[in-house]
Write a protein of this length. Structure first.
Ligand SMILES: *Cc1c(COP(=O)(O)O)cnc(C)c1O
Length: 368
């Protein structure tokens, strides 16, 4: 068995090479580097795919979050609740937009934000919750939306890992007030550089988001506000237009791999497998298990030429970047679980026999 790769962008490219090359060439032929028909088409295509009324292409997923928060227009220093297990962009965007991060703990088996802890962390200054659909499993949006309604606060969905994910047949992204997507190359739908998008069903909010992302302009040199420069570029949009029609097929392949892991590893008491809630379409950006033997297992799998990942090795509140908040101990589940999380290889690049090999090697490690 040759190396089982965690990610293999080149093998995906080879399956769509002709279309990608033609798309890039046409952008160069037309010099439509910023804006243009590829960006407009992608915004239409992606909003349709995710069932949202409006899509605004932006520079990357972090900007998407930050611009979404800015557009909601909270008074500066408002509190925004963020799950303690995520990529730092989820909380970084809050601080960058001029607000205060309040971390909520995670659900011990779903790894997404804990509704019970969110309830405890809501104060009179809370204005929003960042709902991160972590690993591709949607948060409990019903619970979060009910809390948001009764406390008059907004929901920002962080969908960077959840393209195509659904709750009861409804795609994530516009279930809350606004949704942020990343098309970083390694995501389920990835560009060939940085790219992102914001989705919303609120027309006024969409206008504001587009304005902020493009220098506050409504016309070439007519600027209503000071905005910034965060635009989806033409080459990335052309690439995303080629890739989007393949996404469902790729997500189905991820699901097949997840099913092999779930049934193959179900007999191992030392491993906690991910839970998939009823009525949910999990996008399986990551397949994350939990084991107290994590570091030894990583070493063993590495010797068997199996690459793995850790998402995330340090919970956000424990990062050096947040020590000034003095919040030690307020998110005990996330803070204690980070030492046992392990991401197994998953993606459209993997052959099923490679997945069976990973299962066999993990069973081997545990003496089965
Ligand atoms: C990747 C990611 C982001 C940031 O996206 P970029 O495009 O890299 O800026 C935000 N949130 C989560 C959960 C992510 O995984």
């Amino acid at each position: 068995m040759k190396k089982v790769k965690f990610l293999d962008l080149h093998s995906q490219y080879l399956t769509i090479q002709k279309d990608i090359d033609a798309a890039i060439k046409s952008v160069i032929t037309n010099s439509s580097y910023i804006g243009g028909s590829n960006v407009a088409d992608f915004e239409t295509n992606f909003s349709r795919y995710q069932s949202a009324d409006h899509c605004i292409g932006v520079g990357n997923g972090t900007d998407a979050l930050e611009i979404a928060i800015e557009a909601l227009g909270f008074e500066s220093g408002s509190e925004i609740i963020v799950p303690a297990n995520s990529f730092i962009a989820s909380s970084e965007a809050v601080t960058r937009a001029g607000h205060r991060v309040v971390f909520a703990d995670i659900d011990p088996v779903r790894y997404t934000i804990s509704i019970d802890d969110v309830r405890k962390k809501i104060s009179s200054r809370t204005r929003a919750i960042v709902a991160v659909h972590l690993y591709g499993h949607p948060c409990d949006m019903e619970g979060l939306l009910a809390l948001a309604k009764s406390n008059n606060i907004k929901i920002i969905e962080d969908c960077a890992q959840a393209h195509g994910a659904e709750i009861k047949g409804k795609r994530v992204g516009a279930l809350g007030d606004v949704g942020a997507f990343s098309f970083y190359p390694g995501k389920n739908l990835g560009a060939y550089g940085d790219a992102g998008a914001v989705l919303t069903n609120d027309k006024n909010l969409a206008v504001k988001i587009r304005m902020i992302a493009n220098h506050g302009r409504i016309d070439k040199y007519n600027h209503l506000i000071e905005g910034r420069n965060s635009r989806l570029d033409g080459i990335q949009a052309a690439i995303l237009n080629v890739k989007l029609p393949h996404l469902d097929k790729w997500l189905d392949h991820r699901k097949k791999i997840a099913e092999i892991y779930l049934s193959g590893l179900s007999g191992l008491n030392s491993i906690t497998l991910p839970i998939i809630d009823d009525g949910v379409r999990h996008a399986f950006h990551l397949f994350v298990i939990r084991t107290l033997d994590r570091d030894k297992l990583v070493k063993f799998l590495n010797e068997k030429k199996i690459e793995t990942g850790i998402h995330y090795p340090i919970s956000l509140p424990k990062l050096t970047a947040y020590q000034h908040l003095c919040i030690s101990g307020t998110t005990p589940i996330a803070d204690s679980q980070d030492g046992s999380l392990l991401s197994l290889p998953i993606g459209e690049h993997l052959k099923l026999e490679e997945v069976y090999y990973v299962v066999d090697m993990i069973k081997n490690f545990y003496g089965h």
